[in-house]
Design a protein around this ligand. Structure first.
Ligand code: TXA
Ligand code: MG
Length: 312
């Protein structure tokens, strides 16, 4: 079982060394904790899929320091470059055609002709990428289909056995995963995952984005309907709890926990996974969730909630 260490310079140097030996390391980012592996090492990537219990058709995000490193991996249309210019480093993932000779291994891309790239803003993640000197594949550090971890302890709970080291940098500031935009070679742009950047802000830079639909399995493999799920059943848009249900409130409503008493979608996003995890851990059979307005980050929050509630 990997030790949890504060993400200081010593631990980051050790993490870089472990990664270069093919080990897995839990890393902080501004969105959620990631389980990192050397993106160029198919053996490390195979282990990553195995310990996550991840369907092998679901490709990984390669984390890079910035635009120059991304350009080594992918063919970036000016529309992709405009998004990168505006939002990197930060919670935006760009999916683009793989460049011939790219070092990110095919297994990390699940055999697709495209690669997903993100330059995280978190100083710990940036320091690690600098120390490691190459791209790091890092899915959220949860077992496949479970809640994403926003605290190092959550990651330790789910994947502590598999990680050689867990870098702890406190709670993640944003709490929902990156927004994912695919930009084809011809410059068509598609929102694959609503995420930490409001879609309106992306569209202000890139123009209108097509939306991935559920019937689009390969273009958006991570859009598996049931995802991000707690053990308890979820009931959404609930004005009040039924007997036996825990209540996850929002705004002025009272509840067992409140995503944001002030009704702030950013605060709600940061609390979402930790609050669901806490209510789940209390052992209740069902969690009722108050309505969350769709505006701003509400889109990403409601997307995660619908996936968590699916098929129960
Ligand atoms: O905020 C985040 O993005 C976090 C942190 C750790 O950076 N990472 C994360 O990774 O959420 P993960 O593996 O949980 O989600 C990656 C998503 C999946 O839905 C996957 O299907 C999609 O990215 N993806 C990756 N490569 C793709 C590709 N080539 N084409 C389409 N979708 C892709
Ligand atoms: Mg995930």
């Amino acid at each position: 079982m990997g030790a949890i260490a504060p993400a200081d310079a010593t631990a980051i140097a050790r993490a870089a060394m472990l990664l270069s030996q093919g080990e897995l390391v839990v890393i902080p980012t501004e969105t959620v904790y990631g389980l990192a592996a050397d993106a160029t090492d198919p053996r490390a990537i195979a282990r990553l899929y195995a310990v996550k219990g991840r369907p092998s058709f679901n490709p990984l995000i390669a984390h890079v320091r910035g635009r120059a490193e991304a350009a080594e991996q992918a063919l970036l249309h000016p529309r992709a470059l405009a998004l990168i210019e505006a939002f990197w480093p930060g919670p935006l993932t760009i999916v683009a055609p793989r460049r011939p000779g790219a070092s990110v291994c095919e297994l990390a891309c699940a055999g697709l002709p495209t690669v997903a790239l993100r330059a995280p803003a978190h100083p710990g993640a940036q320091a690690l990428l600098a120390a490691f000197g190459g791209p790091l594949a890092a899915p959220s550090a949860n077992r496949s289909g479970r809640l994403s971890p926003t605290h190092a302890a959550h990651a330790a709970e789910d994947l502590g056995e598999a990680a050689a080291l867990i870098l702890d940098a406190g709670p993640c500031a944003l709490g929902v995963e990156s927004s994912i935009v695919a930009v084809t070679g011809a410059g068509e742009a598609l929102l694959l995952r609503a995420g930490a950047i409001e879609s309106g802000r992306l569209e202000a830079v890139a123009g209108p984005l097509a939306r991935a639909s559920a019937g689009d399995p390969v273009r958006a493999p991570g859009m598996l309907a049931r995802h991000y799920a707690p053990r308890a059943r979820l009931r959404l848009d609930a004005d009040r709890p039924e007997p036996g249900e825990a209540y996850l409130a929002f705004g002025a409503r009272a509840g067992d926990l409140n995503l944001s008493p002030a009704g702030d979608p950013g605060e709600a996003a940061a609390n979402l996974f930790a609050h669901l995890r806490a209510l789940d851990a209390s052992g209740v059979p069902a969690i009722a969730v108050a309505p969350i307005p769709e505006a701003g980050l509400g889109e990403a929050i409601n997307d995660r909630l619908r996936r968590a509630a699916e098929g129960r």
